[in-house]
Write a protein that binds this ligand. Sequence first.
Ligand code: 5CA
Ligand code: ZN
Length: 409
Amino acid sequence: MYAWPASDVPALPGSGRDLRIHDTATGGPITLQPGPVARMYVCGITPYDATHLGHAATYNAFDLVQRVWLDTGRQVDYVQNVTDVDDPLLERAVANEEDWTVLAERETALFREDMTALRMLPPRHYIGAVEAIPEIVPLVERLRAAGAAYELEGDIYFSVAADPAFGGVSGLDAETMRLLSAERGGDPERPGKKNPLDPMLWVAAREGEPSWDGGSLGRGRPGWHIECVAIALGRLGMGFDVQGGGSDLAFPHHEMGASHAQALTGQWPFARAYVHAGMVGLDGEKMSKSKGNLVFVSQLRRSGVDPAAIRLALLAHHYRADWEWTDGVLEAAVARLERWRSAVSRPDGPPADGLLEEVRRALADDLDAPAALAAVDRWVETQRTTGGTDEGAPGLVSRTADALLGVAL
Ligand code: 5CA
Ligand code: ZN
């Protein structure tokens, strides 16, 4: 699939710092030391509804990762998927009485528009589950041949027992895993499974649902976790730098993905860091398509909100925090954007080299965007109260906000 256009990333003087980031698997911070090409996989949307603020917050976090790496002079090989065939998408298409491909294409197109408006840098590879089926089938066949998968009434399951490191990503106990598996697309109650947690690799063709030729697997469609594994392994290989998504993906999705890949290759780890963004809520509940308590990026844009203000509203929260979207969050961001724009519209101002270093330091320290915003706020306040005579300063502040925070002033 094609992704979306990249906004310019202005050049900055000097060079940024290596990123220290919280890794779910080790439960603590690790300093990433990628090679000249940093490798990241971020789980993409299931396109059955428009992009809400929760999605945008998660993609904002990984956009910062990409920007911090670019600032160190690295290239970034960034891969993102689109789960363009899965149960929730097919169910919504039935409810809407529309073709599932029409639904998926429409919502993916809207996602691209939202990401472009928010100045999220695009992935280098943007890959749909459907287009990845020829890559997925041989992986499932290999897992089966290796004894890591088994058949149950035509469906093919992964055996979590095949990965000695299973559990190492989320670190959860068996009971919690079972609960989360039931909540998040698994089927722990299905009789006949070797382990209730075993996830599906290949879903046998069902009446009224789309299916594809799966070679020795028979007709069917891919399971969710193997989709991301195939897309990641085919482009990044094992041991890539960051596997990213919201915290609701730590288990089962990223746990199972890591186990699929480790069982397939005999290597460990799948990713060096598992990075998870907090959940954004509305009215006391996680914002989710199934609960319907959503604020959409496209809705805000249509009502005239500047995308840069939406971006500032996201950046005002640490990516690992769970937080609530409120009208006040947006109002504060709109006011901040106005103050920043007014401060950089003057021809000179207080020196900004120190500010650039502060923003770099904040982001390199587990993507501390609120600290980065506070640093810009301080420069803006000095500009407002005392001003300065440095002619290059407002321009440097603008370039810093754009290159490192994705905020166009
Ligand atoms: N297609 C799969 C990943 S392979 C999927 O989870 N799609 S999704 O559309 O449900 O979510 C897309 C991304 O947004 C995921 O990383 C998910 O963790 C994140 N996300 C979903 N809801 C929220 C929320 N309320 N707050 C923050 N992030 C969220
Ligand atoms: Zn995924």
